[in-house]
Design a protein around this ligand. Structure first.
Ligand code: EPU
Length: 415
């Protein structure tokens, strides 16, 4: 099994280019199921999750080919509206095929994803919404089985803000008869990116990026030629890489406006940040100030950056508090960071981090995608050699991370 070795203590400097957003690319790949024809989706990151999604589409009779960062998809042959357990269990986002399949084929059989390392993560709101759109939905032998002659527009209120739930229902509603209103919808930039892709396919959608989205269903959509937005979580991870190594990094090919909450917190921690259209320059300071952070839905501080900023807080001059409000079990990195000398206590969904002057390198284990990123960041700052095992989690969400960090001067390699 592969591991990542990092000799810490190198200041990062130089420029890094951000890849396409995983969490925008996956729903946009799912949207290709909504009509027949040849789609071109550009700026799809080369990640295990994108490959898994491609395999799910292939299993349904759709063909896909990668040309550099483009995915060429021909969804004409869609015949088997089924996503099997073997593929779904490795990637929860597979549930995004449910809405498009019912909308286009009138039926779907998609494995229930089950829990994962960060929480139970039910999909009850996806199913509630499909039922409101007129689908009959049942759970049979671990699979969601849904069918409808033609979906009908409806007023759908989400009790909890859900990103993929909003995406699934926005895609289903695009082909439903009449108007759908999604209330208390997620406002994440990935929702807006998906809406823009759907609009290019001929959908009528208003309000994406706000908490009320209105969709006027159409009879048919046409194939898309769409470029996925840059990854805001990869961007944020490099912001912290610069700050934690007291380095100076120019992050290019990003949308700084998507990171207001993160940039404001890293600035509060003492880093100097300058933003231009499409770039972020981060210069770290030796002294890191402690922070109070609460993860929230967008535009609040993203849960997907909580583990990474905890690594920075581990080295702050004082005590920080992080309150995780989105997922019930997203502190698995804490035990690993403690092995590197961090002083962190958790109480329910709150972590209290007493900064230490130095982290000491240790063998650690990645437990989920963003936890892996936090260990890399801690390893970059620590004294000595950190060895991170189970790095397959990392390959689900960060394209060429070792190459990008090496080019910035980090001593990092995969063995
Ligand atoms: N929830 C329900 N019922 C539902 C759906 C969600 O109770 O039917 C709850 C969840 O249990 C959770 C909260 O609602 O407590 C928010 O979950 P959400 O549905 O928004 O999460 P998701 O759509 O499954 C996406 C990202 C995650 C990111 C979250 C929150 C994708 C493919 N995944 O997940 O990304 O953490 O939104 O922003 O877009 C990652 O990239 O590392 C990652 C985990």
């Amino acid at each position: 099994m592969k591991s990542i070795f990092i000799n810490g203590g190198k200041k990062l400097s130089g420029e890094v280019l951000i890849s396409g957003a995983k969490n925008a690319a996956l729903p946009i790949l799912a949207a290709s199921l909504l009509c027949e024809g040849k789609h071109r989706i550009a700026n799809v990151p080369r990640l295990a999750d994108a490959t898994t999604f491609g395999r799910i589409l292939q299993n349904m009779g759709v063909t896909f080919e990668r040309q550099d960062s483009d995915m060429l998809i021909d969804s004409t042959g869609l015949g088997n509206p089924e996503a099997p357990y073997d593929l779904v269990r490795t990637m929860r986002a597979s549930v995004l095929v449910l809405g498009p399949l019912v909308a286009r084929m009138g039926r779907a059989r998609v494995s229930l994803p089950g829990g994962c390392a960060i929480g139970a993560r039910p999909i009850n709101l996806h199913l509630m919404g499909l039922e409101k759109l007129g689908a009959s939905v049942s759970i049979e032998h671990g699979y969601v089985v849904a069918s409808a002659k033609r979906l009908r527009g409806a007023h759908i209120y989400f009790d909890t803000v859900t990103v993929t739930g909003t995406e699934n229902l926005m895609m289903a509603a695009a082909l439903a008869e009449g108007e759908t209103v999604l209330e208390n919808a997620a406002r994440e930039p990935e929702i807006t990116d998906l809406a823009n892709a759907l609009i290019q396919m001929g959908a009528t959608i208003e309000g994406a990026g706000t908490d009320i989205i209105r969709i006027q269903g159409v009879e048919k959509l046409k194939p898309m030629d769409y470029t996925v937005m840059p990854d805001r979580i990869e961007t944020g991870t490099f912001v912290i890489a610069a700050a934690i190594t007291n380095g100076s990094v120019l992050i290019k090919n990003c949308f700084p406006a998507h990171l207001d909450a993160v940039l404001s917190k890293v600035t509060e921690a003492g880093a100097a940040i300058t933003v231009t259209d499409g770039t972020i320059q981060v210069t770290g300071q030796r002294e890191i100030k402690p922070l109070n952070i609460k993860t929230l839905e967008y535009p609040g501080f993203p849960t997907d950056m909580q583990a990474q900023i905890m690594s920075l807080m581990a080295l702050a001059d004082g005590t920080s508090v992080i309150n995780e409000t989105i997922f019930e079990n997203r502190f698995t990195h804490v035990a690993e960071l403690r092995r590197m000398g961090a002083d962190i206590q958790t109480e329910g969904r709150t972590a209290i981090i007493k900064g230490v002057p130095m982290l000491s390198a240790a063998p650690v284990m990645a437990t989920d995608l963003r936890a892996s990123a936090s260990l890399i960041l801690a390893g970059l700052a620590a004294e000595g050699q950190t060895v991170i095992s189970r790095i397959y989690h990392l390959d689900r969400g960060y394209e060429n991370i070792e190459q990008k960090l090496s080019a910035l001067g980090a001593d990092i390699r995969r063995v």
